[in-house]
Write a protein of this length. Structure first.
Length: 239
């Protein structure tokens, strides 16, 4: 069984209950496959990043295998503005940056004043400044550190896995002095627990409390307010 996110956002949860931890989100137009059904819940796998979790039946839109293949073969176009509106049969619906607007045709939806461009990683990342931190979030209205890096890279044509430790397995490792704007820096003590996007040799944008700009050196992230290290640098990857 196949489905598509026909809403602005669909929460993906760790377990089959609305009180369960939010582990990710499906964004408008993203495809998924149903692995298991349990009462009013569907255990799904996202087609883009292979991330799995539970979604509620009330937020489920099934599509045929034929339509699934049509959407999958369509050249991907993502909304590059912070928000826009989709025209649906039931009125307009707000969607957020990173929405897969190229999927709208299968839902008989139409994007109002479509704008799509390939901006740089840094330009797109700064559009998220001050977005609140939300574990499992993937939008400017709530996002976690790896959701932030995943969405920014996706806007620029590169698909990253969902979690920071998974993202760190891709790309080529470089030293800080060789890092370029847009490279990813990974942090943690025993294991990788945080990721941010390098702006230049001594600044980084990342989701910590909110999406913010802090200082970066060979030890880690130095909070621009407290002047203390909040995250210890483990590695830097270029893609």
């Amino acid at each position: 069984m196949y489905g598509i996110c026909n809403l602005s956002i669909i929460p993906v949860r760790k377990n089959s209950t609305s009180k369960s931890e939010l582990v990710s989100q499906l964004i408008y137009g993203e495809l998924f496959e149903v692995i298991e059904k349990k009462e009013k819940w569907f255990y799904i796998e996202s087609i883009d990043d292979k991330y799995c979790g539970w979604i509620n039946y009330s937020q489920f839109k099934e599509i045929s295998k034929q339509d699934f293949k049509k959407v999958k073969k369509t050249e991907s176009k993502l909304l590059n503005n912070i928000s826009s509106e989709i025209e649906t049969e039931n009125g307009n619906m707000s969607i957020t940056i990173g929405s897969k607007v190229s999927s709208a045709f299968i839902l008989n939806h139409k994007l109002k004043q479509e704008e799509y461009s390939k901006n740089s990683i840094i330009e797109n990342s700064l559009k998220f400044l001050n977005s609140p931190y939300l574990w499992g979030g993937r939008t400017p209205y709530g996002i976690d550190c790896s959701g932030f890096s995943q969405q920014i890279y996706k806007l620029n044509g590169f698909q990253l896995p969902r979690d920071a430790n998974q993202q760190a397995l891709q790309g080529k490792e470089v030293k800080l002095e060789k890092a370029k704007p847009g490279d990813l820096a990974f942090f943690g003590e025993k294991k990788i627990t945080h990721v941010g996007i390098i702006i230049d040799s001594n600044k980084i944008v990342h989701a910590f409390g909110c999406v913010r700009i802090d200082y970066l050196n060979e030890k880690g992230i130095i909070n621009s307010t407290s002047k203390k290290i909040t995250h210890y640098l483990k590695k830097i990857k270029t893609y």
